[in-house]
Design a protein around this ligand. Structure first.
Ligand SMILES: Nc1ncnc2c1ncn2[C@@H]1O[C@H](COP(=O)(O)OP(=O)(O)OP(=O)(O)O)[C@@H](O)[C@H]1O
Length: 359
């Protein structure tokens, strides 16, 4: 199926601030609008939603929302919006908030079932409570369910984790991943967190001072020397696996990722058989032609080199690898090491993972 697009060629001003963007986003997967505070991310999202007046044109999958055809107000655009906080009506219970969304939902053949969404986002215990009586993470999950009950064709998420502390952020992130993976719903996700952008984004747009400074697939953006912020340094890979065994002497868990060897992480309170996800940063992987002797049973994965390219930093190269379980690893090594190892595409090489974090 051909991927549709969201075209936004718009200008607007707010006091001294001017936003001037010409963007074409795929209407598939998660498009991340990334940039520092005050760069215009929320203004852009509000303009797409029709909540911020702007000049120019906006179209969604060839449907004109503004510009060529008659202007469509927010309620006439098939979208749902989750704000940084307070997306739920405070005077209604969570359940009444969901009722409200269903009353104004768009008609769809394959509507998501309310009970399924409540289970998926684990909010059944909050239904009778008011938003102020649930945690920040539960509130955002309920706000996402409410948005999904509108049966939108496009979901706009404005820093949904911004109001949460780090622990809550890590609680909610897996739900956002479910949202990304289980629904064929294009999402525009605003964040200033490189970690969230790298973890959730498929397509990334970087804004600075109201202008687009870089855009492309996550992988293209990582290599873009104009890309602001630390996304390239934060770049990495998520691998899923199962705890094969716990080494009680060294407090390590051996994770089976389907690759030829295990990856070890601190055992914490993991048990054999648990499913886990690992975050492996590009800077935590080194390469060699041989498995390291002392590491040969763990953290040393045979891989095939898919791609080698220049890093914005002239001393470094970025190497993309495929593991035997078809996971993609990204590593950043010095140009000198790349030269000494004589790296070539399709070459088999060992990736040594210094540390992997559980997420
Ligand atoms: N109502 C307003 N009147 C005047 N200026 C405004 C108004 N709303 C926003 N601005 C300014 O417009 C600029 C862009 O704001 P916007 O909220 O889009 O940025 P942002 O990238 O989403 O920032 P943050 O990450 O801090 O939420 C900022 O400089 C902000 O101060």
């Amino acid at each position: 199926m051909a991927v549709g697009k969201l075209v936004s060629r718009i200008q607007t001003s707010l006091g001294q601030f001017e936003l001037d963007v010409d963007l074409t986003l795929p209407t598939q997967g998660v498009s991340v609008i990334f940039g520092p505070s005050g760069s215009g991310k929320t203004t852009l999202l509000r303009a797409i939603a029709g909540l911020q007046q702007c000049n120019g044109e906006i179209s969604f999958n060839d449907e004109d929302w503004q510009g060529a055809g008659p202007y469509r107000k927010t309620a006439q655009r098939p979208l749902a919006y989750v704000f940084q906080e307070a997306s739920l009506f405070p005077h209604m219970s969570v359940e009444q908030n969901l009722d409200f969304a269903e009353r104004y939902s768009l008609t769809r053949d394959h509507a998501s079932k309310r009970s399924d969404l409540i289970t998926l986002f684990d909010i059944s215990h909050t239904l009778n409570r008011k938003p102020e009586q649930v945690s920040g993470g539960e509130r955002q999950r309920a706000a996402i369910v409410r948005a999904l009950l509108r049966q939108p064709d496009l979901l706009l998420l404005d820093e949904p984790l911004a109001s949460l502390d780090d622990a809550r952020k890590h609680d909610v992130l897996p739900y956002l991943e479910k949202l990304k993976n289980d629904f064929e719903l294009p999402i525009i996700y605003v964040t200033h967190s490189a970690y969230e952008a790298a973890r959730l984004g498929d397509y990334i747009v970087a804004l600075d001072k109201g202008l687009v400074v870089s855009q492309g697939s996550l992988w293209d953006v990582i290599r873009d020397p104009l890309f602001p912020g630390d996304i390239s340094r934060e770049a990495g890979t998520i691998m899923t696996g199962t705890v094969d065994r716990i080494d009680t002497q060294w407090h390590l868990a051996y994770i089976d990722t389907g690759s030829a060897s295990f990856i070890t992480v601190p055992a914490n309170d993991l048990n054999t058989g648990d499913s886990v996800r690992l975050w492996i940063r590009a800077s935590d992987i080194s390469l060699s032609h041989q498995p390291l002797e002392e590491n040969s049973i763990s953290n040393s994965l045979p891989c095939v080199i898919e791609d080698i390219c220049h890093d914005p930093n002239p001393a470094l190269m970025i190497v993309r690898l495929k593991t035997s379980s078809s996971a993609t690893l990204i590593t950043r090594i010095t140009r000198q090491s790349a030269d000494q190892l004589n790296l070539k595409q399709q070459m088999t090489i060992y990736a040594h993972i210094k540390t992997a974090a559980l997420i």
